[in-house]
Design a protein around this ligand. Structure first.
Ligand code: GLU
Length: 292
């Protein structure tokens, strides 16, 4: 039997903190326990926010923590052709369309509608409809060089996927204990998500799904903040004919005020903890503290 494949997939848009260490350490422990492999993937599609020094920092942190990862590391920015072929397949299925509304247009439309729903991440659902503009007009505006986002026609995508595969769901393996249960996917809660932009031929959702499949990832282990996104990932896997990995969404590490760690709230980086004299063993203990 082939070995299980795990991955840790950070974005080099800041320094890693203890929350990242938790994810990486759980992946490491689970891959070791199952005789599996651990891949490190650099999710650097956002050229405006990702920086080489943060990528170097990731390797330094990993080495310092005593984590081992396979070479070569896959860097998403080097694989745009793979994402373009996935988009082409979705286009053949008539499931994506260019939309031209700016963030400002979206904000104003949402402000005019009281109680307009948000997606699971708290961003307002796309408040416009594909049907409001003809395909010919959209094509004309793309050809004219206007900026656009490629959006998934969510209603049609779900209908298509359900017709192929039946009700959408995924197998969630509990981090503690390893029991598996089926979680129903609810991609409609995300509305017409962006899958690419004029200048970047992918998005987080698309790249993660394409890469997990191309790299043969069998176990996706990541923080609970990404659990809701798995609904979109399962949908894309069905539409693109990709295998379904098993998923584990582990509890997030919270600070003393109960907030999820992040650079924006000033959570200390692993590099800062290291400079402050914390040992790898202490980082391991703190990162895993409170997990059952
Ligand atoms: N790159 C994503 C992040 O840093 C994680 C992707 C994933 O684990 O699916 O939040």
């Amino acid at each position: 039997m082939s070995r299980p494949v795990f991955r840790f997939a950070p974005s080099p848009n800041g320094q890693l903190h203890l929350g990242h260490a938790r994810s990486a350490l759980i992946n490491d422990a689970l891959s070791r326990a199952s005789g599996g492999r651990l891949l490190l993937r650099i999710e650097d599609i956002d050229a405006t926010r990702c920086r080489p020094e943060f990528e170097t920092g990731i390797y330094e942190d990993f080495a310092w923590l005593g984590l081992d990862w396979e070479q070569p590391v896959r860097r998403q920015s080097q694989h745009f052709a793979d994402y373009r072929s996935a988009l082409a397949r979705l286009e053949t299925l008539d499931l994506i369309y260019p939309s031209f509304e700016t963030r400002g247009d979206i904000r104003r439309a949402v402000a005019e509608r009281s109680g307009w729903p948000s997606d699971p991440d708290g961003a307002p659902l796309f408040p416009f409809s594909r049907a409001a503009m003809s395909a010919a007009e959209r094509a004309r505006r793309v050809a004219a060089g206007e900026p656009y986002a490629l959006r998934l026609d969510m209603a049609r995508a779900v209908e298509t996927a359900v017709a192929v595969a039946g009700p959408l769901g995924w197998q969630e393996v509990e981090a503690a204990g390893g029991t598996t249960r089926l979680v129903a996917a609810d991609p409609l809660a995300w509305g017409d998500v962006i899958l690419a932009r004029k200048e970047v031929p992918t998005s987080y959702h698309l790249a993660v799904v394409v890469d997990d499949a191309l790299q043969g990832v069998t176990h996706v282990v990541r923080g609970a903040d990404l659990k809701a996104a798995t609904s979109v990932h399962r949908l894309l896997q069905v539409l693109l004919g990709l295998p379904a990995p098993l998923y584990t969404h582990h509890a997030l590490l919270l600070d003393a005020e109960g907030r999820k760690l992040s650079k924006s709230i000033g959570s200390q980086s692993l590099a800062a903890l290291r400079a402050g004299g914390m040992s790898p063993a202490e980082v391991r203990r703190t990162a895993l503290e409170g997990l059952r």
